[in-house]
Design a protein around this ligand. Structure first.
Ligand code: HEM
Length: 451
């Protein structure tokens, strides 16, 4: 445990990989961890032996939020019937999202418009994009879960946004790790409230909004995912056994916010940072957007195929930004074997996604921002198989389609409307990251000049 720097675990794993190879084990108190490194190894485990690696370890540190046996939500649910049902339900609800008045794509396009207005109101002065990007992305999840967006100035919304930020920060460092492996400490009265105050507040907050929503529910109409879930719950005992009960509704809602907000907005913050640091790449993206879409018409997903360079830049932001460097922990579902190593059932597995996205055997310039990784000799978009920021296999990111749509629509709309520049009196922003479950950029200021 002491050989890992919990503030930058992927760096420690990369060092250990050099000494011990692509598969090595660590002892975290009395828990055995196996760390998988490099594209070949991670793919073999997650794709070729998908079910063997599909389980999740127990996370006693989240019990105070209501996670536990029979109410596990999506992200940390054990591999089994309830997880399968909830995952299938959530995926199909996201897919059929046209059920309300507007499709998900229309909502993202609309939100991109609100985001641009908010950026325009900064009048070209230096500002930090963090809050505005969070607001835009968080509103997409609000729209899915609660059927509506919030104004950026709304006090409730500001609180929600702040709680997310704080709850992510509570996840990192030595203490949460210790509490996970010595769960008895979490049960000491007052400990979770002290260590995970924001997480508790976040769930209480979501409870409050859901409660209002349930009271105003009319089964004749479907406003959002919550309503579809409530309809499932109405089906009675069988549905309840499949995981459709109120405790899971609040956890599924929480999971979508936790998994779907910070990840996407952090990626967008990296994207704008790289545009500041590489103005020539920014100009090329803008030239392509001008040529294909022009300056007025809002971008749509249909444009993606005609914007290979822009698409390559977005993919390179995800590769180089490396925002979930160690993904989420897995657990072996049965005894298994990987490249000659026996791994017993119930072993915690860490997939070092960072080592895949920067695997020297796959990427031409792994440690440089180089959009050409995603372009062929004719300038057409190509996606190398080692592009795994969303992980792979049964537990791969459930929101991948939505995230890709948001990244594409927000990024192209922003670059269509603004040129992003460094304020003259500011030092060059840092390119290294701050790790708190996600790798995020250090705070930086930019100026957004209307085009
Ligand atoms: C899981 C990446 C956005 C929902 C994951 C995992 C990764 C990931 C690496 C772990 C997979 C594993 O355990 O092997 C990302 C990235 C995003 C993003 C890079 C944005 C750029 C989203 C969005 C949503 C979402 C927008 C929801 C609407 C989920 C859920 C899981 C998950 C529910 C858990 C899946 C399961 O355990 O079955 N994501 N994600 N993610 N993600 Fe995302």
């Amino acid at each position: 445990m002491f050989s890992i720097d919990f503030h930058r675990p992927h760096h420690s794993f990369n060092q250990l990989q050099k000494r011990f190879g692509n598969i090595f084990s660590l002892q975290n108190c009395w828990t055995n961890l196996v760390v998988l490194n490099g594209y070949k190894t991670v793919k073999e485990a997650l794709v070729h032996k998908s079910e063997d690696f599909a389980d999740r370890p127990d996370f006693p540190i989240y019990e105070h939020m209501g996670y536990g046996k029979n109410s596990e939500g999506l992200i940390i649910a054990r591999y089994g019937h309830a997880w399968k049902e909830l995952r299938r339900f959530t995926l199909s609800t996201l897919r059929n999202f046209g059920m309300g008045k507007k499709s998900l794509e229309e909502r993202v396009v609309e939100e991109a418009g609100f985001l641009c207005s908010a950026i325009k109101s900064q009048e070209g002065k230096p500002f930090d994009t963090h809050v505005l990007l969070n607001n835009a992305v968080c509103n997409i999840i609000c729209s899915i879960v609660f059927g509506d967006r919030f104004d950026y100035g709304d006090e409730t919304f500001k609180k929600l946004s702040q709680l997310f930020q704080n709850s992510f920060n509570e996840e990192t460092g030595f203490l949460p790790q210790l509490l996970n492996v010595v769960p008895i400490l979490v049960r000491v009265p007052g400990v979770p409230q002290k260590v995970f105050r924001a997480q508790k507040e976040l769930v209480d907050f979501i409870d409050g909004v859901l409660d209002k929503h349930v009271k105003s529910w009319d089964p004749a109409y479907t406003r959002d995912l919550t309503d579809v879930f409530l309809k499932e719950m109405e089906k009675g005992k069988a549905a309840e056994e499949n995981g459709f009960h109120y405790s899971n509704l609040r956890l599924v809602a929480t999971d979508l916010f936790v998994a779907g907000s910070e990840t996407t907005s952090t990626t967008l913050r990296w994207a704008l940072l790289y545009m500041l640091l590489h103005p020539e790449i920014q100009s090329k993206v803008q030239a392509e957007i001008d040529k294909v879409i022009g300056r007025e018409r809002p971008p749509t997903m249909k444009d993606q195929a005609s914007l290979p360079y822009t698409n390559a830049v977005i993919h390179e932001v995800q590769r180089y930004g490396d925002i979930l460097p160690i993904g989420l922990p897995h657990l072996t579902y049965r005894d298994t074997e990987l490249q000659g190593f026996f791994i017993p059932k119930g072993t915690t597995i860490i997939t070092n996604l960072s080592s895949v996205l920067k695997d020297k055997t796959v990427w031409e310039k792994p440690n440089q921002f180089y959009p050409e990784h995603f372009l062929d000799a004719k300038g057409q978009f190509v996606k190398p198989e080692a592009f795994l920021p969303f992980s792979a296999g049964r537990r791969a990111c459930l929101g991948e389609q939505l995230a890709r749509m948001e990244l594409f629509l927000f990024f192209t709309t922003l670059l269509q409307k603004f040129t992003f520049v460094l304020p003259e009196d500011q030092p060059r922003p840092r390119e290294d990251s701050h790790f708190a479950l996600t790798n995020s950029p250090h705070p930086y200021l930019l100026r957004a000049l209307p085009r």
